[in-house]
Design a protein around this ligand. Structure first.
Ligand code: NI
Length: 181
């Protein structure tokens, strides 16, 4: 397994639409393992392939609590097949937008359909942090960042700060694990 460099916004690669995966093969599984390792090391609760420069529809997540056993998910071609009418507001961060956190409103509960490591179709119902995280990661596959859910004013302020930090070559502070996805 290997740690992969995470792309930091603003970057045109984070605004691209990722392509579906035709077949879940050994290379796909290796990428998912590397993404999980990268996510745990960051630390964060989710990571999408475009964040490591691979424009393929692959996401990994683990929304388990610190003192719980790890619960990794690796999803290929994930899609929402059901969303609740009820919304939920929760604070999100992103490993590609270090040090920035903001409240985002999304459906509180979802059902996701995806291919697992073996290429089998699976469905999973999620709520709470896992639901937030799955929606955040699927957004990445569409070139959407959490700041795109904020007002233009807030979004531009965050992106300006990120541009500045990039130019200064400043290493970001460690992520708040439970919110970085
Ligand atoms: Ni993210």
């Amino acid at each position: 397994m290997a740690l992969l460099p995470i792309i930091i916004a603003p970057d045109p690669r984070l605004k691209q639409i990722s392509a579906p995966v035709a077949r879940v093969d050994e290379a796909t599984r290796r990428l998912m393992d590397d993404m999980l390792e990268t996510m745990y090391q960051a630390p964060g609760v989710g990571l999408a392939a475009p964040q490591v420069g691979v424009l393929r529809r692959i996401i990994v997540l683990d929304a388990s609590k610190k003192d719980e056993e790890r619960q990794p998910y690796a999803m290929v071609n994930p899609e929402l097949v059901r969303v609740s009418d009820q919304d939920m507001r929760s604070e999100e961060g992103c490993l590609s937008l270090p040090e920035h956190y903001a409240d985002v409103v999304r459906p509180a509960a979802i059902r996701v359909r995806y291919l697992d490591r073996e290429g089998e179709i699976r469905e999973h119902d999620a709520e709470g942090l896992l639901a937030t995280c799955i929606q955040h990661e699927i957004d990445h596959l569409e070139g959407i960042l959490f700041v795109d859910h904020l007002s233009a004013l807030k979004r531009n302020m965050i992106l300006r700060k990120l541009t500045k930090a990039k130019k200064a070559g400043k290493a970001p502070a460690p992520a708040v694990a439970a919110k970085a996805m």
